[in-house]
Ligand binder design. Sequence first.
Ligand SMILES: Nc1ncnc2c1ncn2[C@@H]1O[C@H](COP(=O)(O)OP(=O)(O)OP(=O)(O)O)[C@@H](O)[C@H]1O
Ligand SMILES: Nc1ncnc2c1ncn2[C@@H]1O[C@H](COP(=O)(O)OP(=O)(O)OP(=O)(O)O)[C@@H](O)[C@H]1O
Ligand SMILES: [Mg+2]
Ligand SMILES: [Mg+2]
Lengths: 222, 222
Amino acid sequence: VIRLNQVCKRYRMGEATVDALVDATFTIEEGEFVAILGPSGSGKSTLMHLLGFLDSPSSGELFFEGRPVAALDETARAHVRAEKIGFVFQAFNLLPRLTVAGNVRLPLTYHRHPPADAAARVADALARVDMTNRAHHRPGELSGGQRQRVAIARALVNSPRILLADEPTGNLDTHTAATILALFKELNRQGGTIVLVTHSAEIAAQFPRQLHVRDGRITDHR
Amino acid sequence: VIRLNQVCKRYRMGEATVDALVDATFTIEEGEFVAILGPSGSGKSTLMHLLGFLDSPSSGELFFEGRPVAALDETARAHVRAEKIGFVFQAFNLLPRLTVAGNVRLPLTYHRHPPADAAARVADALARVDMTNRAHHRPGELSGGQRQRVAIARALVNSPRILLADEPTGNLDTHTAATILALFKELNRQGGTIVLVTHSAEIAAQFPRQLHVRDGRITDHR
Ligand SMILES: Nc1ncnc2c1ncn2[C@@H]1O[C@H](COP(=O)(O)OP(=O)(O)OP(=O)(O)O)[C@@H](O)[C@H]1O
Ligand SMILES: Nc1ncnc2c1ncn2[C@@H]1O[C@H](COP(=O)(O)OP(=O)(O)OP(=O)(O)O)[C@@H](O)[C@H]1O
Ligand SMILES: [Mg+2]
Ligand SMILES: [Mg+2]
């Protein structure tokens, strides 16, 4: 469903260059359950942003469902993101002036769901991450792990076909992290594609396929 | 060095009340190495903010070096914080418009160190967390784990007597997390007091004393 060919991402800063991703070439099939591992600063979040069409490569091609992503303008990309992709950001990226419920509802506004339907979807997503009793708090009134769970709920609310989760359990105790992982496995059982960045060896061990990133280069392990 | 007596923290939100901390009573002696554990939302960050004089209790007393903290005005508290306490925030709290070096230097401005001395301290702190080659980046140009390391460097730069670290390795791979923990142990060997919040059982196991937090209540384990 997603294919990369010789994808590179380079940041220029004055004289200096950072090669965040170098010659990334691999394919992720629909329904796969993939973990991404690697040291701090190795390029994992950079890769995730490319997979979620939040950023463009410096060189190389990305293909989504067989078609080149470069051919899609920003409107078309936003449509695919809203329709098919759920993204859990490493830094959560919650809007501070919206409540928890307001934040989780955001991906639904794209399709203009009827209000009752949207409310039901938000309630269901919050229940799945055990955040129902904080629905009216603002992000600043939450703990770190609670914010992380709200970011997860927001990514799940429109039943995405592809879930991209960038270190979704880094702020969670072992028990809560296990319930989140069980959620993702359930999504996978229903046919969803899951790509998850993790620093935890125990979590990575539960994935049949692992992409290892080091200094921007990727090796594929099954 | 820090003593709490029946400390409570309550948040009021309209009709609702959140009891984030309930009757916390314990003492931390100088030179101790203490871990704080507990589920997401249990009150750990709330406790850390009280320990670092970043917040005040709703009821109960805090004592620092034998004297009541309530008797200190904000200027006196800021003085103690700048002088003796290093705080690593769970959400890092870096200033986006300053470079990495600028952020790490912030705690030194309070005492107006001579520029050469300040520059040396910043360079040393960055080297200890292996962030020397990102000194001129801004936080937005860093990975999640790199931001976490900058937050750690900033907490270490003025050689604090008390280090309060709120989940300082949540975004780090196992190897980098181990180097950070070794840093903290070294600080402890030199007489520093370390209080560290963690979700990792392996990290907690290395601490002779653990405070367990659950629904705002604390139990002491040695
Ligand atoms: N400003 C606030 N207003 C209302 N409730 C708050 C506020 N800040 C925190 N809380 C609540 O207080 C409780 C404790 O929060 P705290 O941040 O201390 O948890 P924590 O143990 O650090 O969790 P985590 O491991 O997820 O970081 C949470 O249930 C949270 O929702
Ligand atoms: N806007 C930018 N400008 C310059 N360099 C950048 C920028 N964004 C990221 N980088 C650099 O690109 C590299 C890869 O960053 P990335 O965020 O992908 O790492 P990561 O593998 O997600 O790390 P972590 O595990 O710490 O989150 C890092 O060395 C970082 O400093
Ligand atoms: Mg990252
Ligand atoms: Mg916390």
